[in-house]
Design a protein around this ligand. Structure first.
Ligand SMILES: Cc1ncc(COP(=O)(O)O)c(C=O)c1O
Length: 474
């Protein structure tokens, strides 16, 4: 196929050059109706490109994308990977059906379970007690779970995790396919994986049946640009489109589609070189940081820890515990002192998403800031939350998520032993520590409260300060 073509961008461009006029939408009439003060910030050309008619060119752009990544089909979406995940989940599962799900999922998966009325069978992540993080469930755990639960409708994995550790997607896909089950993979941070061999294997190439990617997270799409890829014939692409139609907007943004189109062209033509450079810079930065006292930098030696089959070299994970501060404080310090925003700060570390857009100057700036942190760290200004033994995070699913979410609820100041009616997801990364239907235990309640005191944010909680928790009444 001719990957120099960008059907959506060309449709937008053609419309702008024509003298067509619309008495339909958008009401701003391609920027004519906006004032100069708005144009000064958003740029009039943004509105000129807001050509909804360009959606007619999307199917050709999707075919080009499918060809570029080795999928049978690609479906572009415009409400983020959250809507792609809802769509994918509603396609492979439904009311009362069971689905095997890695518990380390993003909150959008839990929302999908609530929307679908499906029953999760949780796969416990591989807890890494040394680093105090979760890696994906292992292929062996998936195989064992499929033996125990022969009536699940599908399997969902998230890989790589927010720390960049990846599952053995190929072996998990084989285990699913031996039973005729589709494998759905949330690969939100990996839209560039198909374009360089050193990066984790793209899930679609590892045999996954449905893959969800955000184009805006580590790649060149505008925010909310996302994509679902279909591999093999276990998922009906017509069902997928009908489910998307059920929940998405009827006025998609051509800007988002156009950004996906341009990203695919760039990756096919120049992706390998761009990513090669980015990986080289990331490795050089890791070498520089590894030589510094007080910082512990994750590297490829993480591969072969239980659950870790692959590792993403463009995730920079730096443990700052030895400096005597938390990752929350380090994150704030980097922003205040160096105007640098990192992807996440947690109890122990900061994580940066490195991309092909970061040039030498940006890498130098990040390296200098982390070196300054290591050389002259701030005094600890808060207590680090005690992380309980990680198996304490394995909460009992006492009720289906949907029943708990829509049931009678009340706010409880001491929820230990009660059934949650809400999600509580430290953000980022947005993996719920507690979700509807799970029974709170003391360790998780204490950890969350200590976390919030130390700088953790839980924006989806009914009370983000965690004074009270929403629980099932009775
Ligand atoms: C792993 C993962 N999946 C899904 C999502 C949802 O993506 P979006 O913000 O594009 O809706 C996120 C967002 O942070 C994520 O990290």
């Amino acid at each position: 196929m001719n990957h120099d073509k960008t059907p959506v961008l060309e449709a937008i461009d053609q419309y702008r050059r024509s003298d067509d006029y619309t008495f339909s939408l958008p009401g701003h009439r391609f920027g004519r109706g906006i004032d100069d003060r708005t144009a000064a910030v958003l740029n009039r050309s943004t509105f000129e490109a807001d050509v909804i008619m360009a959606k007619q060119a999307v199917s050709e752009a999707e075919e080009l994308m499918a060809d570029a990544v080795g999928a049978c089909h690609a479906v572009f979406t415009t409400c983020g990977s959250s809507i792609s995940i809802h769509t994918a989940m509603l396609t492979v599962t439904g009311p009362g059906k069971k689905i095997l799900v890695d518990r380390n999922v993003h909150k959008s998966v839990v929302a999908s379970l609530i929307l679908a009325g499906a029953h999760p069978v949780w796969l416990r992540p591989c807890w890494d007690e040394e680093r105090q993080i979760a890696h994906p469930a292992s292929a062996r755990d998936v195989e064992a779970a499929l033996e125990r639960e022969p009536d699940v409708s599908a399997v969902l994995m998230i890989t790589p995790t927010e720390y960049g550790t990846g599952a053995d997607a190929r072996r998990i896909a084989e285990a699913c396919h031996r039973r005729g089950l589709p494998l759905l993979v949330d690969e939100a941070w990996g839209a560039h994986f198909p374009f360089h061999p050193v990066l984790p294997t793209a899930a679609i190439q590892a045999g996954a049946d449905l893959v969800v990617q955000s184009l805006h997270k580590a790649d060149g799409g505008l925010c909310q640009a996302s994509m679902i890829q279909v591999g093999g014939d276990l998922v009906d692409p017509v069902d997928l489109r009908l489910r998307l139609d059920l929940i998405t907007t009827t006025s998609p943004s051509a800007l988002l589609y156009g950004s996906i189109d341009g990203f695919r062209r760039r990756m096919v033509i120049e992706g390998r070189g761009l990513l090669e450079e980015a990986i080289g810079r990331a490795n050089a930065l890791r070498d520089r940081l590894a030589a510094l006292k007080g910082l512990s930098v994750m590297d490829e030696s993480i591969i072969d820890q239980p659950g870790v089959a692959e590792w993403d070299p463009l995730k920079l994970s730096v443990d700052v515990t030895e400096l005597g501060i938390t990752g929350y404080q380090a994150k704030e310090w980097l922003l205040e002192q160096h105007k640098l925003t990192v992807q996440l700060g947690d109890t122990r570390r900061v994580v940066c998403s490195l991309t092909y857009s970061d040039d030498d100057v940006a890498f130098q700036r990040l390296g200098d800031a982390l070196e300054a942190l290591a050389t002259d760290p701030p005094a600890a200004d808060r207590e680090a939350p005690r992380i309980p033994p990680l198996h304490e995070f394995d909460l009992e699913q006492a009720m289906p998520p949907r029943d708990a979410y829509f049931g009678e609820t009340e706010q409880a100041a001491d929820p230990a032993g009660r059934i949650s009616a809400e999600m509580i997801s430290p953000y980022p990364p947005g993996v719920p520590a507690v979700l509807p239907g799970e029974r709170f235990n003391r360790a998780v309640v204490d950890y969350l409260r200590a976390g919030v005191a130390a700088g953790m944010e839980v924006p989806d909680a009914s009370d983000p300060k965690l004074g009270t928790f929403r629980v099932v009444r009775g």
